[in-house]
Design a protein around this ligand. Structure first.
Ligand code: AMP
Ligand code: GLY
Length: 426
């Protein structure tokens, strides 16, 4: 197949790398890509991936068999809408369905109507009304911006005062009419669950555990994600099946009924509470860094599964992909000094050879904020690379990921040292 991958993070490098290992063999391109993706795909220069018309024009001219969309911003820009209109199969939801991610208030409403368990919540666009509601709550709520805020729109408040500050500061800088969600705080373990969804057809993929905070022991600010592992021992096929029935199928049905059928990978951020799994958020895409640990464990033909998802071919979607048994992956993100605030870029990076089609482990390196710099590589963003160790269990995978990151050199580079520790032996 002729395939175009859209995006330039480690998630997209991992997706393109996994596509490059499909037995069928493909002609792969990526836009915009990064300093590592030439190892797996030809870079399309000069294409604004946030411009739906430009992407559709390019895709028609190049006659791709499939376009796989990585980042939320590309989904939210309506690129899948333009591609479908041009008759190009797009793996990724259209804008109306992607509101499950881009509007928390819409997601809440759809969950309520679908009977999907999630925290009690109310939506406000007026600060005074939000503050009055807040004062009446027994426990401080979680405050969520109702717009795509790149991980910076959620405040898990410890006190009512903190929650009130969050309400004021989020609405202060917001566009007119912008809304906030005040949500009951849930307790439990978090897991990222993924399913292929095509209208009412749902095929569970698997789950991963994401590390969102910058520092060890979940200290420090929220980030895009500093590491991940898969599989999740306490969220296996049985739990995934239960979540398919209680979360993925009802929401897919609801979207279909509303004339906004979902097509692509749906990511449910779940909190496993005493009351069962409850949805914290939906995302209309693979997770980053979750994709980096899931891709190496996927058996099957990824491109065929993606294509079948664009058309809703249940027999081709069912069983097309599965997580390999007896294997585990641990991914550790190397980030620039200053991340997640103001990352310092333009520094030299060594010891981070990008994963190519012939690489299967024991460690893989997926690039994100990098660019070619003469014969070498320089940093160009906050999250620089993800090192993924693959092993027969989490202990081995973790050792291999950290051995690989130990070889990398980046001035001021930051990484967590506890990724996968909770599931490793010893
Ligand atoms: P979100 O972007 O909605 O997933 O929120 C980001 C992070 O905030 C989540 O990964 C959780 O750690 C935390 N969070 C969000 N909603 C809640 C909630 N209702 N209760 C507890 N923690 C939450
Ligand atoms: N790892 C969290 C996300 O992709 O949103």
């Amino acid at each position: 197949m002729r395939i175009l991958v859209l995006g330039g993070g480690a998630r997209e490098h991992a997706i393109a790398w996994r596509l490059s290992r499909d037995e069928a063999g493909h002609r792969l391109r990526i836009a915009p890509g990064n300093g590592g993706t030439p190892a797996v795909a030809e870079t399309v220069g000069d294409l604004d991936v946030l411009d739906p018309v430009a992407v559709a024009r390019h895709a028609s001219r190049e006659r791709y068999d499939l376009v796989a969309i990585g980042p939320d911003a590309v989904v939210a820009a309506g690129v899948a809408d333009a591609l479908r209109q041009a008759g190009i199969p797009a793996f990724g939801p259209m804008r109306a369905a992607a509101r499950l991610e881009s509007s928390k208030a819409h997601a809440k409403e759809q969950m309520r109507r679908a009977g999907v368990p999630s925290a009690a919540a109310s939506t406000f666009s007026d600060a005074d009304a939000a503050l009055a509601h807040l004062r009446a709550l027994e426990r401080p709520p979680v405050v969520k911006a109702d717009w795509l805020a790149a991980g910076k729109g959620v405040v898990v408040a410890e006190t009512h005062e903190q929650a009130a500050d969050a309400v004021r500061s989020l609405l202060d800088g917001a566009a007119p009419g912008a809304a906030l969600v005040l949500e009951e705080r849930l307790e439990g373990r978090e897991v990222s669950a993924f399913a292929l969804v095509s209208d009412r057809v749902v095929v569970p993929l698997g789950a991963a555990r994401d590390y969102k905070r910058l520092g060890d022991g979940d200290a420090g600010p929220n980030t895009g994600g500093m590491g991940a592992y898969a599989p999740v021992p306490w969220f296996g096929p049985r739990e995934m099946e239960a979540a398919t029935a209680s979360v993925f199928e009802p929401i897919a049905w609801r979207m279909s009924r509303d004339g906004a059928p979902y097509r692509g990978v749906l990511y449910a951020g779940l909190m496993l509470t005493e009351r069962g799994p409850m949805v914290l958020e939906f995302n209309a895409r693979f997770g980053d860094p979750e994709a980096q640990v899931l891709m190496p464990l996927l058996d099957g033909d990824l491109a065929a599964a993606m294509l079948a998802t664009t058309t809703g071919d249940r027999s081709a979607m069912d069983g097309a992909l599965g997580l390999r048994g007896g294997a585990a992956a641990v991914g550790v993100v190397l980030a620039s000094e200053g991340y997640p605030g103001d990352p310092l870029t333009g520094r030299a990076l060594t010891g981070a050879d990008p994963a190519g089609p012939d690489d299967a482990g024991p460690a893989l390196c997926f690039h994100a904020g990098t660019r070619a710099d003469g014969d070498g590589t320089a940093t160009s963003g906050g999250r620089v690379v993800t090192f993924v160790g693959i092993g027969t269990d989490h202990t081995e995978a973790r050792e291999r990921a950290y051995a690989a990151i130990g070889q990398a050199e980046l001035d001021g580079g930051q990484h967590r040292s506890d990724v996968g520790l909770e599931v490793a032996a010893g």
